[in-house]
Design a protein around this ligand. Sequence first.
Ligand code: SF4
Length: 237
Amino acid sequence: MKTQCASQMLRVGGMVPLTSLDYPGRLACVLFCQGCAWRCRYCHNPGLIVARGEHEKPWPEILEFLKRRQGLLEAVVFSGGEPTLQAALPAAIQQARELGFLIGLHSAGIRPQALGKVLPVVDWVGFDVKALSEDTQLITGVSGSGAANWRSLELLLASGVAYECRTTVHWHLIDCEKLWALAQRLRAAGVEYYVIQKVRTAVMWEQGMPEIPAPLHQQQLWQRLAELFPHFSLRGQ
Ligand code: SF4
C-alpha cells in the first residue's frame, strides 16, 4: 500500500463496526465520511454535513481496525455525508479492497463525475434519489441538485453495478401524487430495486420542520409501488 499524508486521507466522522443492514446479505462495517455539499432538510446526520467533524476517526486507525476484521467482516460501506466529494475516497476504497473486502457506497451522486470515477471499483451502491429533478432543490436547498442527482442515477444504471435506489419520505416535502410520479419516472429510467425510507425525525438538519401525518391512502400507494417495481420495499416505522 502507498503511504498517504494526513491531508490526503479520508475524513471519517463516525463508524458502525458491525451491521447486517447496510450491505445486502453481508456483514459489513459502515464508515460515515465527513462533509456534504447539500443541506437536505430532513438530513438525520447533520453533524456530518460540515467539512470537518468534531469527532473524526483517523484513517490509519480505521485501516488497523479493518485489518483486525479480515475474515470476520465481508464488506466496507462508505457512507456519509457524501463520500464521493472527498478526493481521498478512491485510494481508501483501494486500500479496503486490497484487504479483501467488498465495497459498498451510499451516495446521492452530488457530483456525477466523482461518482463515475468510483463506480468501477465498488460492488454495490445505495443511491438516494431525492425527488423529481425539478423538485429536488426544495429538499436539498441547492440549485442544480436535481440535475446532478438524476445524471448520477443514469451513470449508476449504465454501469451495471448492483444497487438499490431509495427515497426518504417526509410528508411535509412530498405527497402521494408526487411520489407516484417520481416512482414512474424512476421505473421508466430502468430502476428495478426501489426502497421507500420513512424519515427519522428525532434529529434533522432543519429543526422544527412540521410533522405531517401520513396520508390515509399511503397503503394503496405502497401496493402500487410493489406492482410497479420488480423489487420494492418499505423501511422505517
Ligand atoms: S441527506 Fe442530504 S445533506 Fe444529508 S448527507 Fe445526504 S445528501 Fe447530504
